[in-house]
Design a protein. Sequence first.
Length: 215
Amino acid sequence: MCSIMKNISPNGFIEFDEHEDAVHSLEELSNQLLGAQSDAKSWKFALILGCNALNSALVCALNDTAGVACLTRRSRAATLKWFEESRIDPNAKYPEQRLESPLALVRLARRDRGLCSQVAFSLQKMRDIRKAFNLRNRFVHFLPASWSIEVAGLPRIVLTLAQVSDQLLCATGKTYNRVLYEEDLHVRLKRAICDIVDRTKALGIELGEPIVESE
């Protein structure tokens, strides 16, 4: 059974990285938008997937050769310290790594003068991103209570998450960017983005909120 399933190694492990995670999240986001045409509850999962895609795309764009740029300050310092200690002591314990929060990664991206400088974070996009992650946190850290989502603006918010993810994933400058140099991954990304654009705009019209994209 495992032999016919993608991304499963011969020894039975599921294998993926931040590039695959971002693209796959966008593909699943597109599927949820299709579901939202008949079941409004699909918006919950569309928002979660959009946030997941953006989080992974931020890691792709911000990550450095040492693999510490996206870590919290404490985790970054501990990892760099381990690099130095491991040169002398091969038994030095590798520290637990903690990723910065999504909004902290967004702030890093806005200040970045490298790849992320190719992405325009307008005020409207920042409002959309903050609202999306606020909702996502409520869904993921689920409390024993009912919840509701305001429909207004959802198509635009989801489209913002997808388009910013796309821009980050396709930012040029790194020695090797899987999304740019692996044709299958690039084709999957662009197909997902096209579907998301079409479906969010159709849903926006249905909700009486035609999408006017901001730059």
